[in-house]
Design a protein. Sequence first.
Length: 201
Amino acid sequence: MRTAAGTEAPKTVSPFPELQRRWQAAFSYLQRFAEANPDASDVVEARRRLAEVEWEWQRLQALDPNSPDCFPWPSTDAPAGDGDGHGATGAWQEIGMLAYLGYHVGLSSTLTSAQRMRLLGHVFVMRLPPLNGIAYMRQWGAPDTGTRLRKIAEGLASFARNAKRRRNPNLAEAIRQWEDDLEGLRRAHYVGRFDFPWPAP
């Protein structure tokens, strides 16, 4: 597409896939190497990159998407979809917070129990990406609060309950891991600090 002056019109590219990729790469590196040598220069650099992405998410979250002065430049790109007008891009807006940050369970997951707990612990205290609108983000509350812990815990419990209702034996390992992670969160962050009713899987 060209403007009236004949120059190429800039394409609008969502920052979220790239921010997600950078955050997951940095966190994955820390998962593998931070414990063995926390002061190594590459580990320090990975922490810096992680914090940089989280600060950018916080900055984006502070923008008012409803302001008439704040809008993305339109593009005529038509990404491949499913034939019903549902494009492949923009899926980040529909994905849940934990999945967006790389939390997965079950037979197809490569995360160990310790890695899942480190990830969930970091989600509890980090600056989150602004996904799925203001109302969704309000449910997550501020870092290191009961609201944040409740949201994570209720999500894990809900995942396990919904999987149990499906009565699919292929989900047994996922259910076991959700329940283990829920109990790990309870011991690590809930006991002796918060008093809301702990959700049951």
